[in-house]
Design a protein around this ligand. Structure first.
Ligand code: GLU
Length: 602
């Protein structure tokens, strides 16, 4: 995820681009860059590591760069640490093609190798840099007018790209022209009078125009200050209707959603898809970049620790049965602030996995240092490239959830659960264990993005239940096995976002005390997804229903019990992956209760 902007017109481009980027900074903020051109003069590129203000200072608010056409980018690194070198725009080796990119090029390593064999040199660690080089490669292999060659070269390059992209490119031989194309990453074109704009999202340019073309996947647009021409995947020109957008600027920044939290929850189908990426393919071994673990190293392990705080620790709990089931290595989950102060039994035959969305969680960093000092192998799971835990751990794997702005972690959690599942499968494959389970899990992982999309359709039902219970002061969540993990995470969301006291219990523990608190009208929320535990879980529900509890059940089974207030059906997936699906109604529940109570969810 990142923000991209483009402009061509009569006025100076750089200040317009910086203004647009400032409204897209929520999409990416580890580095930023501009490429500006003035007629046939060489393109000027300026980049800076850090927040956009560093680039603004470096270019004197854009006034240091003269030119009426340009592109800009604010990055959220996925390949290569945040640095000036890795910041976009990237330029082809010969300097002819300059581009910015949002997304991930999954086959970049093969393309890079292919181009390097042909003498192309690369100066960044990004996946993106293959794009301008491929375009330049095809451009020079072609004949005809420069404008036509540039478009054909862009199309030929895109045909080679696997993954997701929104791309904006300039060619030094076609002044005043920009080409854009997208696949699974957003891109819009704003229409002005004798000037045109490009942006990842509408808000970046909403103060300049209200008229937009919304580009679809695999559509190309060639943009000059006077014209916008659209081409389909085969480069047949076509007409497109523009749309008038009447959002106000704040709504637009959230892409039309009222809050970042809601927007981020609805991003989960794509963030889970991005996190699985090319790591998992049916019928082929799992590929995990950044993890060159050998079978011998794994065989030497006698335990795995998964360590994190809050939601990240819950992702660890969701993963524990995956690791134990698939690798047969005893796996413990610990809270970082406990682990670091209790002299844990870790040694050089322990693998410690540290989970932190930001990679900057102080307790997690301290726990990592302690584990490292004790000789354990350390593996970081983070959403932020180059963050502290990723620099200190022996190995790192990244979730690709994009920046999480809302205070409650939603999309990072599902991405973490999914990534840990990928790791557990990968380890099992290396160890030569659990081939059947691993194959089933892989098939279900690949289906997960569409299951998540389907699950989110329960929102109206969840909202109706939220309307009933938003004034409660105590809520109980119950579940067994991985449904208990979901209960813990659901309870955390409710406390954190809705400010309602809640407790999560393993269902079987109810009778050992807490059931005394269940009385007529008490809200009890049960999760039932594990087929092996349905009957037991239903009995526990009956215990609370008998005491008059108001019950919500989230389940993917055929649960039958009378007097259930609300039953939310979620799609069935592999029991080990259920936490990535069954948590969604609870994320929505905490959101809707908070909204009902007039709270700021972000
Ligand atoms: N994959 C690209 C990179 O790491 C683009 C990331 C983004 O969308 O910001 O540079």
């Amino acid at each position: 995820m990142c923000g991209i902007v483009g402009f061509t017109g009569k006025r100076q481009a750089a200040p317009v681009l910086l203004d647009g980027l400032s409204k897209l900074e929520y999409r990416g903020y580890d580095s930023a860059g501009l490429a500006i051109r003035d007629g046939t003069d060489p393109v000027q590129i300026v980049k800076a590591k850090g927040r956009l203000k560093v680039l603004e200072e470096k270019t004197d608010g854009g006034h240091a760069l003269s030119g009426t056409c340009g592109i800009g980018h604010t990055r959220w690194a996925t390949h290569g640490e945040p640095s000036e070198q890795n910041a976009h725009p990237h330029c082809s080796d010969d300097g002819n093609v300059v581009g910015v990119h949002n997304g991930i090029i999954e086959n970049y390593a093969q393309l890079k190798e292919h181009l390097m064999k042909r003498g192309y040199e690369f100066c960044s660690e990004t996946d993106t840099e293959v794009i301008p080089n491929l375009i330049a490669h095809y451009y020079f292999a072609d004949k005809g007018p420069a404008e036509e060659r540039f478009l054909r070269a862009t199309q030929r390059a895109c045909k080679r790209l696997e993954g997701s992209y929104a791309i904006e490119v300039l060619c030094s031989e076609t002044p005043d022209q920009m080409i854009v194309v997208r696949k699974s990453s957003p891109l819009v074109i704003g229409i002005g009078y004798k000037e045109n704009y490009i942006a990842s999202d509408i808000p970046a340019i909403l103060s300049y125009t209200k008229d937009f073309y919304l580009l679809n996947d695999q559509e190309y647009a060639v943009i000059t200050r006077e014209n916008i021409t659209f081409y389909d995947e085969q480069l047949h020109p076509f007409e497109k209707k523009y749309q008038r957008i009447d959002w106000d600027a704040t709504a637009a920044e959230k892409n039309g959603y009222p809050d970042f939290m809601l927007k981020e929850m609805y991003e989960q189908p794509s963030t889970v898809r991005e996190t699985i990426g090319t790591r998992v393919t049916a019928g082929a071994p799992t590929q995990v970049d950044g993890l060159d673990f050998t079978a011998a190293q794994l065989q030497n392990l006698h335990q795995i620790y998964i360590i994190g705080c809050g939601t990240a620790m819950h992702a660890g709990l969701a993963a524990k049965p995956m690791f134990e089931h698939l690798t047969h290595i005893p796996t413990q989950v610990d809270v970082a602030s406990e682990f670091r102060y209790r002299d844990p039994l870790v040694d050089d035959r322990t693998l410690c996995i540290f989970i932190s969305q930001s990679g900057e969680t102080a307790d997690t960093i301290a726990a990592l240092r302690l584990a490292k000092a004790a000789g354990a192998a350390t593996l970081a799971v983070s959403n932020v490239i180059g963050s502290s835990i990723t620099r200190e751990a022996d190995y790192t794997v990244y979730t690709h959830a994009g920046p999480e702005i809302a205070v409650a972690s939603t999309k990072a959690y599902t991405a973490q659960v999914v990534l840990l599942a990928v790791l557990a499968i990968h380890f099992a494959e290396l160890l030569g264990l659990g081939a059947g389970v691993a194959a089933d899990l892989k098939a279900d992982l690949l289906e997960l993005p569409s299951l998540i999309e389907e699950t989110l359709k329960c929102a109206p039902q969840v909202k109706a239940f939220a309307d009933k219970i938003h004034r409660e002061t105590d809520v109980f969540f119950i579940g067994r096995g991985s449904d208990y993990t979901t209960s813990l995470e659901a309870s955390l969301k409710l406390k954190e976002i809705s400010y309602i006291h809640s407790e999560a219990y393993p269902s079987g523990e109810l009778k050992h005390g807490p059931i005394a608190l269940i009385e007529k009208g008490t809200t009890v929320i049960g999760t039932i997804t594990d087929p092996a535990l349905v009957d037991k879980s239903v009995s526990n529900l009956k215990e609370v229903i008998t005491r008059g509890a108001k019950v919500l059940v989230v389940t993917n089974r055929d649960v039958r019990a009378s007097d259930i207030d609300t039953l939310i059906r979620v799609p069935e997936t592999h029991p080990l992956l259920a936490p990535a699906v069954s948590i969604l109604p609870y994320q929505l529940l905490s959101y809707y209760i908070a909204k009902q109570n007039g709270l700021d969810v972000d």
